[in-house]
Ligand binder design. Structure first.
Ligand code: ZN
Ligand code: ZN
Ligand code: FE
Length: 752
């Protein structure tokens, strides 16, 4: 006798729309012999399922275990219902009501099947640059509203042709309900134009010819315009640098495939997985000494940012050029990446020789993400395309909806409700009007997409941050000020799904302290709710304020004063090189006028970089520290001593050791290594001492200075050797891009 059918109503929560979830359920039901239906709702997918109990169990388990690649199943709720003798399983296309709570999936790299089609002359999408399916293609960058369907994307203006419509309507097709589905007949069109207007012929072939001849071509991608040049053409790369006013900042390169990457860079298994994965970030790789890359791609850097093509357009273009391309954001200097066609033409007119563009609008400007592998784990440097807006699971539930506005530089914001933290794509530095506008637009857009009406708003204590001013201007919300370094440590906790307490080492540029001074070399005892400043670097003056951040030699002067008092050692090259303003800067430091005290670890790196002659002035944030790290001698084992007493780590000790080695003509790479090892050892000693005193077994490492792989590796390895558990970042950056997540986690745990 056959088992009696029972019926259940299943609700699935997570990223389950726009990822082929309904066809998957449909196929699964047919395979297992389950009757019923599936439909999208405002907050996920509802399934009616009828079958013998054992079959239903297998069906429900498979919803999680066999979900499509792009799906993320967060919850499966099953409630019993009355059996009604259904047979067959259907996809119910009626739109569900209820609250808008669906998750929007990130943009996803072209899948293998679409790539085969694009490369096959027999396919109707042969060489069609906008080919996509349920498993791949644009998502977040084209979504204009919810629920996710074609009308709520920037594909709304492209009515489907009959063959595309057929694929879209067929549950057995790979393109069933793939909202951006299109082809050469009905979809976006590629165009190439130069100063003289449209360029005739096939845009891809013509653009590739231009690139091979050394031209700079603006290419419209998923999240905005990039500027492309031949990566092996030194003159072209130098011209791009000149026109972009970007003197030293490294460029990323796009390479056809993994084998080609291996010819240029060292690639381990974790890096290969990141390069070829669906998120397709720029991966920072160690470049091979024999790589034939233009030297000006990443001056003074052993690493180079590499990414594989992530749209058919990029695949086709790189293949056609036959060589790697520099692919850098389409902007001048620090402006945000251009993404609106007319505006891009205007802004990039002085840089690009030609524009490879198309007529599918971009709703959300999104930069490429940047990731590196440290100690075998991915460490995000910039979390944007391919990652946003996928929510990060908070370690605690938000009782009320939260907006966290982030920091000033490398800004992201975060909206949170329940256990979901929607950390935004990289917004950028909030110092120009356009970035501020996209910050405001982004908050509105996320609020609508994810149905978050903030009741609690978390902000940084720095009164001059534009994000802070934005928060303080809001009416009818509860405001929660979060100290910058507490936010860093909270971000690291949330990143790891933890709540603390921990010993938190927060080393960064500068952040506003609770005493009104500039912090940045902090060891806290912290949990999500609060913190105590347990130790910090000794404060030194920041002579000239922001001017000292651009001119590391000023920090060398301030540190020399703090190490030697009135009797500065004679014959220091940094002083000779900056003889003109030297005394005036020392006077600033001495009088404390326009020289706020700072405990910043980043500024200590600046001082050492200037002392050893790496950089006196910087053209991008963190440049001196990055170049100091890059030059460190990896064979050196000695470490400078650094004292830790009464909660103070004394940077002047390291400065005296550097000066002493300079006097003995020790080469800069050796000095750099000894400095890194000295700071790491003292940091470990201080953190371990505090951990013992507080009976804590875990140390969290955060703040932008921990982008320094050498320092991070030394500190983390040594802490683990001492039996301590170490938390580092794997989901959001340790730099200020992670601050909004930390603020949100603190606000979520706020007493209520
Ligand atoms: Zn595909
Ligand atoms: Zn079509
Ligand atoms: Fe910071």
């Amino acid at each position: 006798m056959p088992a009696t059918p029972v019926r259940v109503r299943v609700h699935v929560d997570g990223i389950v729309q726009g990822v082929g979830f309904r066809p998957f359920v449909h196929t699964l039901a047919h395979e297992l012999g389950v009757a019923g239906s599936v439909r999208n709702t405002g907050d996920g997918v509802d399934i009616e399922a009828e079958a013998p109990a054992a079959v239903l169990d297998a069906f429900v388990a498979a919803l999680r275990e066999r979900a499509p690649v792009l799906a993320r199943v967060d919850r499966v709720d099953v409630v019993p219902a009355a059996a009604n003798g259904d047979s067959g399983f259907v996809i119910d296309l009626s739109a569900g009501g209820g609250p808008r709570r669906t998750l929007v999936s990130p943009d996803t790299a072209t899948c293998a099947q679409c790539l085969v089609e694009v490369r096959d002359p027999a396919e109707r999408r042969y060489r069609y640059p906008f080919t996509n399916c349920t498993n791949c293609g644009p998502r977040f960058t084209i979504v204009t509203d919810v629920p996710y369907d074609r009308a709520a994307t920037t594909m709304a203006g492209f009515p489907m042709c009959a063959p595309c419509r057929q694929e879209y309507d067929d549950p057995a097709d790979r393109r069933f309900h793939a909202q951006p589905v299109c082809c050469r007949d009905c979809g976006p069109r590629l165009t190439l134009s130069d100063a003289g207007g449209p360029v005739p012929g096939d845009p891809l072939t013509a653009a590739a010819a231009l690139l091979r001849s050394g031209a700079i071509v603006a290419v419209k991608g998923l999240g905005g315009y990039h500027l492309a040049v031949d990566a092996a053409d030194e003159a072209a790369v130098a011209r791009l640098r000149g026109r972009k006013h970007r003197e030293d900042k490294p460029f990323a390169i796009m390479v056809a495939d993994l084998d080609t990457v291996r010819a240029w860079c060292e690639v381990d298994a974790a890096e290969a997985a990141l390069l070829t994965g669906v998120r397709r970030p720029i991966v920072l790789l160690r470049r091979r000494a024999d790589a034939a890359l233009a030297g000006s791609i990443a001056p003074g850097n052993r690493y180079v940012g590499v990414l594989l093509p992530y749209t058919p357009l990029h695949h086709l273009l790189v293949a056609e050029v036959g060589r790697p391309l520099v692919l850098t954001s389409g902007n001048v200097s620090d402006e945000p990446i251009a993404y609106v066609d007319d505006e891009a033409r205007e802004r990039l007119a002085g840089i690009a020789d030609a524009f490879l563009s198309h007529d599918r609008p971009i709703r959300m400007r999104t930069d490429d993400s940047v990731v590196r592998v440290v100690r075998g784990k991915p460490q995000p440097v910039r979390r944007s395309r391919g990652y946003a807006p996928e929510p990060i699971r908070l370690p605690i539930e938000c009782a009320r909806p939260v907006l966290a506005v982030g920091a000033e530089l490398k800004n992201t914001f975060c909206l949170a409700r329940g256990r979901h933290a929607f950390v935004s794509h990289h917004i950028g530095d909030l110092e120009n009007v356009e970035t501020l506008l996209s910050f405001r637009d982004g908050i509105r857009h996320f609020g609508r997409l994810f149905d978050v009406e903030p009741e609690v708003v978390a902000y940084d204590l720095h009164p001059e941050y534009l994000s802070t001013k934005y928060a303080l201007d809001l009416d009818g919300v509860e405001l929660v000020g979060v100290q910058h370094h507490h936010a860093h440590i909270a971000a690291c906790l949330a990143d790891n799904g933890e709540t603390g307490p921990v010993v938190g080492v927060a080393y960064d540029g500068t952040g506003y302290g609770t005493d009104g001074t500039l912090w940045g070399g902090e060891i806290l005892v912290a949990d999500l709710q609060g913190f105590r400043r347990a130790a910090h670097l000794a404060a030194v003056p920041l002579p000239g304020g922001a001017a000292a951040i651009r001119a590391p030699w000023r920090m060398a002067a301030a540190y020399l004063r703090s190490a030697y008092g009135a009797d500065l050692p004679a014959g220091l090259a940094v002083r000779t090189r900056n003889a003109g303003p030297w005394d005036a800067v020392l006077a600033l430091a001495d009088r404390g006028v326009n020289a706020p005290p700072t405990t910043s670890a980043g500024r200590l790196f600046d001082a050492v970089a200037a002392l050893v002659g790496v950089q006196d002035e910087v053209r991008y944030e963190g440049q001196a520290a990055i170049e100091l790290e890059q030059c460190a001698d990896s064979g050196e084992r000695a470490a400078y001593p650094m004292s830790f007493a009464a909660g103070v780590l004394d940077g002047a000790d390291l400065i005296r050791a550097v000066v002493s080695d300079l006097g003995r003509a020790v080469p800069p790479p050796v000095i750099s290594a000894r400095f890194h090892r000295g700071l790491a050892a003292a940091t470990v000693h201080a953190a371990a001492t505090i951990a013992r005193a507080e009976s804590l077994d875990t140390v969290a490492l955060s703040g932008g200075v921990f982008q320094n792989v050498l320092l991070l590796t030394l500190v983390a390895d040594d802490l683990e050797k001492q039996g301590l558990r170490v938390l580092t970042h794997t989901q959001v950056p340790c730099n200020d891009g992670g601050i909004s997540l930390g603020q949100a986690a603190v606000a979520a745990s706020w007493p209520r």
